[in-house]
Ligand binder design. Structure first.
Ligand code: MN
Length: 224
């Protein structure tokens, strides 16, 4: 039931994304955390936190910041299946969320308060991350949204002050996949996506796949 909206939006014959199974809440096992960098109609970072058999999801247009004085808008989106946490690839043109998806970070998370449902209702979730790129204490706080219309889906993602807080621009300095070390353009190349479009989400000058370095033998297979 929780995945109805997720499944309604997608045609699983056409997209490589998982349909997902229904999972019961896992006892005392660690909860999955993931961030997917998604070059869709606009670039964003999808924050996913496992809770009650699904991945709670927020789209963060500018991505996370390690600076506690920086608040990043995070729009809550439909719950995703747990299987989605390892997805990396290309959603074909014409499909929901069409574009290139990179597994940008992964690990586990712990809510400060065990009653996450109440935290969701109250609009404040304090948690710690044990990821490969993001660690330490974070908070998600619901805001009223922008403009006249109250928007229950608008939240802010903020780093708490701790040893992991930093002025480092983590999205720019660590642009590669934690699963494959690829940039967005490289994922698009390997999966038959739009390389040019995907490269717009990579830091400028990072993508070198179009031109082999002179004098070096390039053994990489051509994209088919
Ligand atoms: Mn997305």
């Amino acid at each position: 039931m929780k995945l109805d909206e997720y499944r309604k939006k997608r045609q699983f014959a056409a997209t490589p994304e998982p349909r997902g199974a229904d999972h019961a809440r896992k006892g005392n096992q660690s909860l999955i955390y993931a961030v997917q960098k998604h070059m869709a109609s606009r670039l964003h970072y999808d924050l996913r936190l496992e809770w009650d058999g699904v991945l709670l999801s927020w789209a963060v247009p500018k991505g996370p910041s390690l600076d506690p004085s920086v608040k990043r808008l995070a729009m809550q989106t439909e719950d995703h299946p747990v299987e989605y946490s390892s997805f990396e690839g290309v959603i074909p043109a014409g499909q929901y969320g069409a574009g290139t998806v990179m597994l940008w970070d992964r690990g586990t998370w712990q809510p400060e308060n065990d009653d996450v449902d109440t935290s969701l209702q109250k609009g404040e979730i304090m948690f710690t991350l044990q990821g490969e790129k993001l660690q330490g204490a974070w908070v998600l706080v619901r805001i009223r949204g922008y403009g006249k219309v109250p928007d229950k889906s608008a939240w802010l993602l903020i780093k708490h002050r701790d040893q992991y807080a930093s002025a480092k621009d983590v999205t720019q300095e660590e642009p590669r996949s934690v699963a494959s070390r690829r940039l967005l353009a490289e994922i698009a190349r390997d999966k038959g996506g739009d390389i040019e479009r995907a490269s717009q989400g990579d830091p400028p000058g990072k993508t070198t796949i179009a031109k082999p370095v002179p004098g070096r033998i390039v053994r990489r297979k051509r994209p088919s």
